[in-house]
Ligand binder design. Structure first.
Ligand code: NCD
Length: 298
């Protein structure tokens, strides 16, 4: 049994293996009932559209089934049940647990009490490894990841997708360009970790100073729900927005990615350009999660 908690737990060859498997699922090269006798519990204690639905879709496409809790309000957490107890109980129902939780470290804690594999579907400002796998998959479908110039724009402080992705990209010799509003920079401990892993990390003030040198621009939403108060959110809200004007002179193959949902960071007019790849990226969540679910439950 193995858990998928942090991208840090995966080596480059594990990631490449999962991406290769995802490709097989994507091209229909699998038995449609391979998880016929399996049940996944989707415990989502934070809002989600793509992640929850793509895990459920992935289970269904593999012939398996899923059960879910979609909110804290609808679960026994409101009666004071601990996460540890919930996880112990659900381990008795399902063959794997997919957990999204507002607290950083929740998935790791859950894995200590679970008797079935746990997949972290986002733990607060911590990690979001399945998102990273689909991000890498999307890039790899177009070009080799090795040696690319990748820009991360947005809330790099609270954005778990940015944390996971940056760590994964450090395994591929990528040069990372970070662009964040004041106060939302990548946490110093993660930047240090990236540099210790040999990654070149360059901080920029403005996306305009670097966008023409990028192969991938990964845009993220300001994680409003993680702010201590609404005042500090409004200070940075709407501080960046990619519009068609930014795309003058960019590399022909530039990919603009976004984990979605977007909240104004990308002008919808960008959707019509060949650079916009975020809807394709969201679609890739299904084969990538098929590969993950299959590997942890087979
Ligand atoms: C992301 C998340 O939940 O971290 N969404 C997702 O899973 N696609 C990004 C976000 O909410 O901004």
């Amino acid at each position: 049994m193995y858990h998928i908690i942090s991208i840090r737990d995966l080596e480059r060859r594990d990631i490449d293996y999962l991406l290769d498997r995802a490709r097989e699922f994507d091209t229909g090269n699998y038995h449609p009932r391979v998880l016929e006798d399996k049940l996944a519990a989707l415990l989502f204690f934070e809002p989600s559209t793509r992640t929850r639905m793509s895990f459920a879709t992935a289970m269904a496409r593999l012939g398996g089934r899923s059960i879910s809790v979609d909110s804290v309000e609808a679960s026994s957490i409101v009666k004071g049940e601990t996460l540890a107890d919930t996880i112990r109980v659900v381990s008795g129902y399902a063959d794997a647990i997919v957990l999204r939780h507002p607290k950083e470290g929740a998935a790791r804690l859950a894995s200590e009490f679970a008797t079935v594999p746990v997949i972290n579907a986002g733990d607060g400002a911590g990690q979001h490894p399945s998102q990273t796998l689909l991000d890498l998959y999307t890039i790899r479908q177009s070009m080799p990841i090795e040696g690319l110039d990748v820009g991360l724009l947005g809330d790099l402080r609270y954005g778990r997708t940015a944390h996971s992705l940056a760590l994964a990209l450090s395994l591929y010799g990528v040069k990372l360009h970070t662009i964040a509003p004041g106060g939302l920079e990548m946490p110093a401990n993660i930047t240090l970790e990236l540099r210790e892993r040999g990654m070149e990390v360059i901080e920029h003030e403005d996306v305009e100073e670097v966008i023409r040198d990028l192969d991938v621009l990964y845009v993220t939403r300001i994680q409003r729900e993680r702010f201590p108060d609404s005042g500090s959110y409004y200070n940075v809200a709407s501080s960046y927005r990619i519009t068609p004007d930014h795309l003058c002179g960019v590399r022909d193959h530039l990919m603009i990615l976004h984990p979605l949902p977007r909240a104004g960071e990308i002008d919808p007019a960008v959707d019509q350009t060949p650079y916009a790849r975020y809807f394709e990226q969201a679609r890739n969540g299904v084969p990538v999660r098929m590969a993950l679910l299959y590997e942890v439950m087979k």
